[in-house]
Design a protein around this ligand. Structure first.
Ligand code: FMN
Length: 146
């Protein structure tokens, strides 16, 4: 079983709600989970297994609660050296080119930091799925079973 750190980027609480439900699901599965909604670089460095769950705001922007954290990651580039990661991107395809942009950028950043993806980027489109957790929880179960 794994120690999983969930980093959540949220504006109105959608991603927070999904992250809390993901935490419960993962704990049911026997994992230990810590959820960070105001993360700092040491939280990231200490994480063994990283899961980002983030929405996109503005025009392809990061939610303010992780904006500076992401900027610090880009400045400091704390390498992951093969640590496992996954990313869930909540977005809305009616935003066109900026659809799920924050999640896409996090996924790319984790690759640049030499993390090992345990799954492809999971995108949930609010235009198609009203309750994101209905898509995310089965995905979590599959991805974190292995
Ligand atoms: C003001 C605003 C701007 C948004 N901008 C984008 C965007 O650029 N790209 C995108 O994919 N979704 C965008 N969205 C959709 C949100 O990412 C989506 O509704 C998400 O579920 C919100 O989750 P949250 O409550 O955790 O922030 C935007 C939503 C709002 C209200």
């Amino acid at each position: 079983m794994s120690n999983i750190s969930i980093f959540v980027g949220t504006v109105y609480g959608n991603a927070q709600n999904v992250a809390e439900q993901a935490q419960s699901k993962l704990e049911e599965m026997g994992h230990t989970v810590t959820l960070f909604d105001d993360p700092l670089i040491p939280d990231f460095k200490e994480a063994e297994n990283i899961c980002f769950i983030t929405s996109t705001t503005g025009q392809g922007d990061f939610p303010p609660n992780i904006e500076f954290f992401i900027a610090d990651l880009r400045d400091q580039m704390p390498m992951l050296n093969g640590k496992p990661f996954s990313v869930v991107a909540l977005g809305d395809s009616s935003y066109g080119d900026s659809f799920a942009q924050a999640g896409r950028e996090v996924y790319e950043l984790m690759l640049e930091l030499a993390g090992s993806p345990i799954s492809e980027l999971k995108i949930v489109d609010a235009l198609e799925t009203f309750n994101a957790e209905e898509e995310v929880l089965p995905w979590i179960e599959t991805v974190y079973k292995a």
